[in-house]
Design a protein around this ligand. Structure first.
Ligand code: ADE
Length: 232
């Protein structure tokens, strides 16, 4: 079964509207919507915001629902110089930018995993790249590194510090790397797409709120629809 996960209500409601036969199941305080999309069995869930909430959600999807593929959709702050508001970023790899167990382990490395970067699944990511292009042909599209941390980045100085630490980072959000680690643990194929709501700068808060209200759910639904329409 395929899991569709979003952090925010605005995004999930658009996906649920595409599921004709969804039924609700409550686990770990979350509503999991089980049903079909384009004839494919799917479970859709709102993870809530932040790395721990996302990890709990991914763990329930693995243990209780036995999902083998997980697609995360949402919004992110743009970091790469060429990444603009409204652009689409598909993750190739994730890092937790707020993880620092030095001097015990190198900065950013997840202790006892021997790695800081967690790659996404190549095949599922290819499908998501193609779906995003079909769904939003006018939007700029990027593929690469996304950073995650338990912080909403809302100042140019914080954004610059992240750009200096990770020159190839395209975007920053608050869940993706945690889900990547859980999917790594369970051997679940993982892909993630984020629409850029803001530039993680001093205007980030206002930009984020207006984007979430007006654009995010339409973009998410369009990409999910395109992904499932072309499902093998
Ligand atoms: N998600 C969307 N915009 C973000 C930002 N600026 N920081 C963290 N997560 C975000």
């Amino acid at each position: 079964m395929l899991a569709l996960v979003s952090a925010m209500q605005e995004e999930l409601s658009a996906v649920l509207a595409l599921m004709p036969d969804e039924r609700r199941e409550r686990v770990a305080g979350r509503e999991f919507w089980v049903g079909h999309l384009h004839g494919q069995p799917v479970v859709a869930v709102l993870s809530r915001i932040g790395k721990v909430a996302a990890a709990t959600t991914a763990t329930v999807l693995a243990e209780h629902f036995g999902v083998r593929q997980l697609v995360f959709t949402g919004v992110a702050g743009g970091l790469g110089a060429q990444v603009r508001r409204g652009d689409v970023v598909v993750a190739r790899r994730f890092v937790q930018h707020d993880l620092d167990a030095s001097p015990l382990f190198p900065r950013y490395e997840v202790p006892l995993y021997g790695q800081a970067m967690f790659p996404t699944d190549a095949a599922l990511t290819e499908r998501l790249v193609r779906a995003a292009r079909r769904a939003l042909p006018g939007a700029g599209q990027h593929e690469g590194l996304i950073l995650s941390g338990d912080q909403f980045i809302d100042s140019a100085s914080e954004a610059m510090a992240l750009q200096l630490a990770f020159p190839d980072a395209l975007a920053v959000e608050m869940e993706g790397a945690a889900v990547a680690q859980v999917c790594h643990d369970y051997g679940i194929a993982y892909a993630a797409v984020r629409t850029i709501s803001d530039r993680a700068d001093d205007e980030a808060h206002g930009d984020f709120v207006s984007f979430i209200d007006q654009v995010a759910s339409r973009h998410t639904a369009a990409i999910v629809e395109a992904l499932l329409a072309a499902w093998p």
